[in-house]
Design a protein around this ligand. Structure first.
Ligand SMILES: Cc1cc2nc3c(=O)[nH]c(=O)nc-3n(C[C@H](O)[C@H](O)[C@H](O)COP(=O)(O)O)c2cc1C
Length: 226
């Protein structure tokens, strides 16, 4: 996590300087919109090329808007990988959505996330939770936040029992790697955790070809693919 902390400190300095120069992003944080509906979504397409006959669900948390190394993004980095996995395997998808969206600006988002982690909070999440008994494999995607999973993922673990299920974790980060989150998932949920995929968020966002290759290589190792 050291690497990200160093970069983070530098980024904070840069942000402060930009703000002083009047060049800070003008978009407002927070939203007064009602909590969105949220349900498991069946993938329209058939598995592109790596179906195994296993019933799979992709559960993911991802945050759009301002983020480290990528600027303002319309689609979160982890979500990009989640969609690739769902498309390749024909999996259904479920997004872990916080009832109160995180700030759109990067620094306030990091501050809130840090507070939640320190308090071991369980931020409310919306929607009808998926019935995981219908699935053989749960792909679980998340960004690394302060060397851990975002706390709404733990809210999900409280609500949806994954004990004994096969969970394949994938994460995006900016230098910290997995940070032991595969172990945190195993310890918290008592699921059978497979080899995980970790990727820099900027690669997922800006280099889709490379990202897809890494996703497909990982799926192959998990037994998907020809
Ligand atoms: C609140 C917050 C905390 C973060 N903490 C870390 C960290 O500890 N280590 C790291 O490498 N990157 C960290 N990052 C960077 C994200 O892991 C990275 O940008 C990720 O790709 C974001 O994925 P998303 O767009 O799906 O939310 C953090 C970003 C945010 C917003």
């Amino acid at each position: 996590m050291k690497k990200w902390f160093t970069m983070m400190a530098l980024a904070l300095c840069a942000l402060t300087l930009t703000a002083c120069g009047g060049g800070a992003p003008a978009k407002s944080s927070g939203s007064s919109a009602p909590a969105p509906k949220n349900e498991t979504t069946a993938t329209d397409k058939k598995a592109a090329d790596v179906s195994t006959g296993k019933r799979a669900l992709v559960v993911y948390f991802s945050r759009a808007y301002e983020n480290y190394n990528v600027g303002y993004i319309e689609k979160g980095n982890t979500r990009i990988l989640a969609e690739m996995i769902a498309e390749a395997t024909g999996a259904d998808t479920f997004e872990i959505k916080p009832a109160k969206p995180y700030p759109k600006e990067y620094t306030p988002a990091t501050e809130l996330a840090k507070k939640e982690k320190n308090e071991n909070a369980r931020p409310e999440i919306v929607g009808t939770m998926p019935d995981v008994s219908k699935y053989d494999v749960i792909f679980l995607g998340y960004p690394i936040w302060w060397g851990d999973l975002p706390m709404p993922c733990y809210t999900f673990f409280d609500k949806v029992k994954l004990e004994g299920k096969t969970v394949a974790p994938f994460c995006t980060h900016e230098g910290s790697g997995l940070s032991g989150t595969d172990r945190y998932i195993a310890d918290t949920t008592k699921a059978k955790v497979t080899e995980a995929l970790e990727m820099k968020g900027a690669t997922a966002q800006k280099n889709r070809g490379e990202a897809k290759k890494e996703v497909m290589d990982w799926l192959k190792k998990l037994g998907y693919g020809k």
